[in-house]
Design a protein around this ligand. Structure first.
Ligand code: N01
Length: 531
């Protein structure tokens, strides 16, 4: 890239990067999106495994910044499947004519800030170079896959698949002997699908998960039209909710009603389907005793569904609260274990040893398989950022600065790295929310900030270390009051060996966080230094 520096380099063409590009253009900034994949869509481009589906209702999992996009796109199901969400990303890119400013197949390798010019030099793995005044990391929280190092992987003669990089042309696993490693949201969506056609399916589970039925169904015209007609009001309402998502609210404590009433409320939500189970009462996410009531309800459902009680017990989470890991939504997951061709391998009893040409050693057994699927999660929130060699003006590396855990101010910037923004970064509500709500708020904040810098004749903004420290302490303090700390989750980095255990997202909720961001901007970007 030669010529004048760009105003913005945006890393990633998922839903954050697409909107950031649109917003930058609207304000008259030059921008280029660098995307490692060969199409738009981010997580929905890569995670195309069978059963991949959103766990937020389609009517809420979309942009609201554009009347036209709302009017001209209609979701077909309550929870969209991956192909439809990818089609939506393509529709947005085409409708807003975004592709001409996106470099596909362009994996960012390094970014370094030059203090003399206040410019970022960005290089891609293929040698392309870009220079920009600002860099926006629109890299997504779950885009760096975490693959366990299992001895003997290279010796395995069969097929190895990763849910996070599923072959674009699909893969037919009918009649095959398949092992799936991992029973998080991904595994729980994938397993029922593979079970339908595999000759044998081995489910390798380390930790059982709470899952509630999604009860997906076609989205009726009336509901779709109702949302189109009131999407702004609905989003405004969503922003008053801690998770930025509209669920039926019940402002009673689970402990204030008797067991029959609790059962009625839980059963009603179980039949309705979806993550609203977590807010069936107002204290399920805060009070361990209250949480135990909903956990017990879901455990009883597992026991009711799975015929073999030994298998049911192995599938039942007992040692962490419901919702402390992100709740899973499923379509027939527990039923799948009633099939003759499905076997649960409890890795707590039979840990994975090594692989050989024909399969996997677990405990003292050997599982004969011809396909292994890794559904083992992500180096969440930080992995995609630290994968890039980012250096600040004094030569210090972001990877090293975050070695003991990410530190940011508001999840938007990190001290020592001027003009580098993160969309929905660690320290912001991000993954605890409907991601579209968080994306739109961050993109709009960043765009307004860069616009304000231009208007004020500034060329540089940087988070203050002291503000960042105070914010980090607040993020930790808020998290320490929640039940999130009671599970070994990816929120805490617990799924990646050696990753520091720090609760990464901000658990203070959307309304307080959005208000604070607004206040900080109105106060001349309090906690940032402008130059
Ligand atoms: O990843 P996970 P995921 N040996 O980390 C296991 C979003 N999402 O991709 O729990 C054996 O939750 C690991 O075991 P354990 C959603 O936010 C959304 O499933 O660490 N097993 C676990 O069972 C979700 O929360 C949708 O003991 C190993 C699994 O792999 C997030 O993505 C759909 C292992 C990983 O579960 C991540 O979900 C899908 C090892 N060495 C995902 N290492 C939507 O619907 C890991 N595991 C929008």
């Amino acid at each position: 890239m030669s010529g004048a520096p760009l105003d913005l380099v945006i890393v990633g063409a998922g839903f954050s990067g697409l909107y950031m590009l649109h917003k930058a253009r609207e304000l008259g900034f030059s921008a280029r999106v660098l995307e490692r994949g060969d199409d738009v869509g981010g997580t929905w481009f890569w995670n195309r495994y069978p059963g991949a589906r959103c766990d937020v209702e389609s009517t809420q999992y979309c942009y609201v910044f554009s009347e036209e996009l709302q009017r001209d796109w209609t979701w077909s199901e309550r929870y969209s499947a991956q192909p439809e969400i990818l089609a939506y990303a393509r529709f947005v890119a085409d409708r807003l004519d975004l592709r001409r400013d996106i470099a596909f197949g362009c994996e960012v390798a390094t970014a370094s800030f030059d203090a003399a010019t206040n410019l970022w030099a960005v290089s891609a793995a293929d040698g392309q170079k870009f220079v920009a005044r600002f860099v926006v990391m629109a890299t997504g929280p779950l885009s760096s896959a975490s693959l366990p190092a299992i001895a003997g992987l290279e010796a395995f003669a069969g097929k190895v698949l990763r849910t996070s990089a599923w072959p674009e042309q699909g893969v037919d696993l009918s009649g095959r002997r398949v092992a799936v490693i991992g029973t998080g949201s991904t595994g729980i969506q994938l397993i029922p699908e593979l079970a339908k056609t595999a000759e044998r399916l081995f489910v390798l589970q380390r930790t059982p998960n709470y899952s509630v039925p999604a009860r997906n169904r076609p989205l009726d015209r009336e509901t779709a039209e109702e949302w189109k007609g009131s999407f702004r009001e609905k989003r405004a309402l969503a922003k008053t909710r801690p998770s930025g998502t509209i669920y039926r609210v019940n402002d009673r404590s689970a402990l204030s009603v008797d067991a029959d009433e609790r059962e009625r409320v839980f059963e009603d939500r179980w039949q309705y389907g979806g993550a609203g189970m977590v807010v069936a009462f107002n204290d399920l996410t805060r009070d361990e005793k209250a949480n135990e009531t909903v956990a017990a309800f879901v455990r009883a459902k597992i026991a009711e569904t799975v015929k073999d009680q030994r298998i049911a017990a192995a599938l039942t989470p007992t040692d962490y609260p419901l919702g402390a890991k992100r709740i899973c939504l499923d379509t027939g997951y527990f039923d799948t274990f009633n099939r003759d061709n499905v076997e649960l391998v409890d890795l707590r009893e039979r840990p994975i040893g090594s692989l050989d040409a024909t399969g996997i050693h677990v405990g003292s057994d050997h599982i004969d398989v011809d396909t292994i699927v890794f559904a083992t999660g992500f180096d969440a929130l930080t992995g995609a950022i630290t994968a890039i060699r980012i250096t600040g003006p004094d030569g210090s590396s972001l990877r090293e600065q975050w070695a003991a855990g990410p530190r940011t101010y508001l999840g938007l910037m990190t001290a020592g790295f001027p003009n580098l923004f993160i969309v929905a970064g660690p320290g912001s509500p991000s993954v605890l929310t409907n991601f579209f709500v968080s994306i739109e708020q961050h993109v709009e904040w960043i765009a307004a900030c860069i616009d304000a810098l231009r208007a004020g004749g500034h060329t540089r903004i940087e988070a203050d270390k002291a503000a960042q420290e105070r914010w980090g302490d607040h993020v930790n303090e808020v998290a320490s009051r929640t039940l999130y700390m009671k599970a070994a989750s990816w929120y805490l980095g617990a799924n990646v060996p050696g990753k520091p255990r720090i609760f990464m997202p901000y658990a203070g909720g959307v309304p307080a966080y959005f208000a604070l961001c607004q206040e900080v901007a109105a106060d001349g970007y309090r906690g940032f230094t402008l130059g």
